[in-house]
Design a protein around this ligand. Structure first.
Ligand code: PLP
Length: 330
């Protein structure tokens, strides 16, 4: 199969293992793909996309990388550190309104990224223009700017999870399992798009199920289709078997992006205590909470084995201090 050039930034392959106590309780084996362990400051799903995106940036002679996200964006933090490791400048355009304290915003600045924060309405209304103007500004100073869209989800970033799906196929073969579902959190859709295309290419007969953490089912079905279409137009040499098997569940968005209900945080605490695994409140916590709730409702919809891709985000737990105090009485 055709593979484009990529950088080696992540610690790959990531581990793969069963959650023994949760699986016994549910009567369905829940296997974790530990992409939360893809690195320390580079941790999570974004580094897989950045291996391809930043390789393209370098091949185009980029000197400054511009990207965007929420104030606590994991994608922006990973980009800041990846750029630092490559000797590239990094400028982050961030949307105000998420939790402010500590976490990723601090790490961005520690890694030397330039940060510009816009109010949520201004960001939402003008993002494309803001990124374009900033790129022009850098170009005017003789820099070569490379703009990465939200979450690194575009026709190039898709490769990260196409490759991850092949890794996953090997993990499943090694454990002799045929999962009914490969499950992830969906925020900008690129992870699920890559998994959907990659699982089909790798010959895995499973449904790729995304739990939305913002927006709704319609939005993600369109976004995933668009990312795959754009990927196909960039790399016509890859033939994907159709139709792809993917679905989106938007029943667990809860209070909205980066807002947690107490039961979600209680679930995160339970998983930490019973399995020694740290989920994050914005993505993996919501998605695994959703998956476990769906299995409890009707386990027959799932086979004997399900894979959950732990996409990382651990630094996010520090932005919820007050809510944790209420829940944990500490
Ligand atoms: C960005 C992110 C996701 C969502 O991935 P998308 O490709 O944007 O849909 C899931 N989990 C974590 C921890 C993330 O940072």
């Amino acid at each position: 199969m055709y593979w484009p050039e990529k950088l080696s930034l992540a610690q790959l392959p990531t581990p793969f293992h069963l959650l023994p106590r949760l699986s016994a309780e549910l009567g369905v084996n829940i296997w974790l793909k530990r992409d939360d362990l893809s690195g320390f400051v580079l941790s999570g799903n974004k580094v897989r996309k950045l291996e391809y995106l930043l390789s393209k940036a370098q091949s185009e002679g980029a000197t400054t990388v511009i990207t965007c996200g929420g104030l606590q964006s994991n994608h922006c933090r990973a980009t800041a550190f990846a750029c630092a490791s490559l000797g590239l400048k990094c400028h982050l355009v961030l949307r105000d309104g998420d939790k402010r304290q500590s976490g990723n915003l601090f790490l961005d600045q520690l890694a030397g990224a330039m940060v510009t924060v816009f109010s949520a309405p201004e960001y939402t209304k003008n993002l494309t223009g803001i990124l374009r103007d900033l790129a022009c500004e850098y170009e005017g100073k003789g820099e070569v700017a490379f703009v990465i869209p939200t979450g690194g989800s575009d026709g190039v970033g898709v490769w990260g999870y196409v490759q991850a799906a092949f890794e996953l196929q090997g993990d499943c073969a090694q454990h002799n399992i045929n999962p009914s579902h490969v499950v992830c959190a969906s925020g900008s859709g690129g992870t699920q798009a890559g998994l959907a295309a990659g699982c089909a290419l790798a010959g895995m007969d499973c449904e790729v199920l995304g739990f939305a953490v913002c927006d709704d089912e319609r939005y993600f079905l369109d976004k995933i289709a668009r990312d795959i279409e754009s990927w196909q137009s960039f790399y016509p040499e890859v033939r994907i078997p159709s139709p792809l098997k993917f679905n989106v569940n938007d029943d667990y968005v809860g209070l909205g992006y980066a807002k947690s209900r107490n039961e979600e945080l209680v679930f995160i605490a339970e998983l930490a205590r019973t399995e020694g695994v740290l989920l994050d409140p914005v993505y993996s916590g919501k998605a695994l909470f959703g998956l476990v709730s769906e299995i409890r409702k009707d386990a027959s919809r799932f086979g004997s084995d399900v894979v959950f891709v732990h996409t990382g985000g651990g630094f996010g737990v520090f932005a919820y201090e007050q809510q944790w105090q209420q829940i944990l009485n500490c």
